[in-house]
Design a protein around this ligand. Structure first.
Ligand code: COA
Length: 268
């Protein structure tokens, strides 16, 4: 671990975020690994302050606050309380969602939390989308509204918007066959049933294979934030690049092994 003298401050992080291309007014969905940055003075709170400063008062920071599990389905309907359900996407999102200013979308498996101008527009109606990352979910709207994904010390393996691309391309392996009843806790303490499509966790992906394609198309910038290898991705450009590829090859985002197995069990 880096010594205390070399620890990162908010100013260091803002400087590196700007160098990577994060600009005032941007809307950025951040997938992160705190430990990858090197030692940060003040931990996750400092990283969140730096992200908010980098996008400025006109911008918006979103984090994935995912709660879905492999077991979710008709036998194990997900129950989601936006106020208390912890996310499994790391210390930065878990700290972020607890901030007073953060608003969390009402989705039983794929909620996001946001702070900033565009939050309401992005998260509105997430409870009632047909699939978790549909065109009218925060992930699809992010693409339509010129948003970016920031991968802070993580790879495209953590890029939830790739599920948005799979959903828009109707990737045949991606969803459970039938919508499932799920339960969301409302502010008045009652539980609302929503019937919605859930992901099937069965098939292994190779998301990092898109890295060179995005770089070549000018759809992402790479660089370091602290010690973390990071990427800033234009979500709309990524979607527009990948949809025709999945149109030609619906199994494109699967790992080679999954592709071979899926192809032998459920030919496209
Ligand atoms: C799983 C994952 C979160 C693990 O990353 P990580 O850096 O090990 O863990 P966190 O981001 O939760 O940060 C906590 C770690 O930061 C380190 N840490 C603690 N304080 C710190 C500080 N001040 N400065 C730097 N690092 C610190 C510690 O190692 C801590 O681990 P510990 O709690 O076990 O001691 C990350 O690899 C990942 O996958 N992130 C993306 C998740 C995502 O968005 N998924 C979407 C799926 S579709």
């Amino acid at each position: 671990m880096t010594s205390e003298r070399q620890s990162l401050t908010r100013e260091d992080l803002v400087h590196d975020l700007r160098r990577l291309g994060v600009e005032p007014g941007m809307t950025v969905l951040v997938h992160s690994s705190l430990s990858s940055l090197g030692w940060v003075e003040g931990g996750a709170e400092t990283v969140i302050d730096a992200l908010l400063e980098a996008v400025g008062p006109e911008g918006t920071v979103l984090v994935p606050t995912l709660t879905g599990t492999e077991e979710d389905g008709p036998e194990h309907p997900p129950r989601f309380d936006p106020a208390t359900s912890p996310c499994w996407t790391g210390t930065i999102p878990e700290t972020f969602r607890r901030r007073e200013a953060a608003e969390r979308s009402m989705h039983p498996t794929h909620s996001v939390a946001g702070i900033g101008n565009d939050t309401r527009t992005l998260i509105e109606g997430h409870a009632h989308v047909a699939t978790p990352c549909a065109a009218d979910s925060p992930y699809g709207r992010l693409a339509d509204r010129g948003g970016r994904i920031l991968l802070l010390g993580v790879t495209h393996e953590s890029n939830t918007c790739l599920h948005m691309v799979e959903e828009q391309a109707h990737a045949p392996y991606h969803m459970q066959p039938e919508p499932c009843p799920c339960y969301i806790k409302r502010e008045d303490g009652t539980w609302e049933e929503v019937v919605t499509g859930l992901h099937l966790w069965r098939w292994d992906r190779n998301f990092p294979k898109i890295d060179p394609l995005l770089t070549a198309a000018g759809a992402q910038k790479t660089g370091r934030v602290g010690q973390a290898e990071s990427r800033l991705v234009d979500v709309g450009a990524m979607r527009d690049l990948l949809l025709p590829i999945l149109g030609d090859d619906p199994l494109f985002l699967l790992s080679d092994e999954a592709r071979a197995e899926y192809g032998s069990t459920a030919p496209v």
